[in-house]
Design a protein around this ligand. Sequence first.
Ligand code: ATP
Length: 212
Amino acid sequence: MGLFGGTFDPVHFGHLRLAEESIGHLGLGRVRWIPAGQPPHRGMPQVTAAQRLEMVLRSTAENDHFSVDPSEVDTAEPSYTVHTLERLRRELGAEQSLVLLVGADAFAGLSSWYRWRDLFALAHIAVSHRPGFPVEVASLPHELATEFNDRRQADAACLKASPAGSVVTFAMTQLAISATQIRKLLSNGLSARYLLPDSVLDYINLHQLYKK
Ligand code: ATP
């Protein structure tokens, strides 16, 4: 099972392709999307957590391989990935293979996450990167580079062989879309069409989100 966390402020086609391509590249049965509640790493998002959740629900509704986990949104606690993984372990058992999906940019900051080393005991980590630009070990913080080198496996088959502990990488279609760019476009009254699903854009327009 893939686990895909993010602020999704708002969700866009970069997120959707990461989740979709991870299924094929990593042999995942499904991907559980986990919108962050109150992200500990950044300022408060401009829209409510419930609204971000709703946008993720709309964008994933028609994909049978996707499900959405509202647990981080439903709690007032700050969302730490390690707590979410601990809860999922209790829910799904020790044997279930869990694969945390992260983009290369998010992975590069992993060693700043709360109790980051504990993540490896709870899940595998799959890092997506641009085609032709593999994860550069030299650019990672030293401690993270060491974990990456020790845990890295070339074959995604390792993800099925054990419940947690490996790191794999995979190339995905490059879509230089960011939620920051979308928020900027919308706040300047410009079109964000074709960067995110129409169903999400309709919701944004309906609720007048990301307006200046
Ligand atoms: P922001 O611009 O607000 O920082 P974002 O677009 O990077 O947001 P997040 O919700 O912070 O989106 O990202 C969730 C996950 O999706 C992260 O692992 C990130 O690396 C990945 N991701 C974001 N945008 C893309 C993209 N265009 N292609 C592939 N992965 C992406």
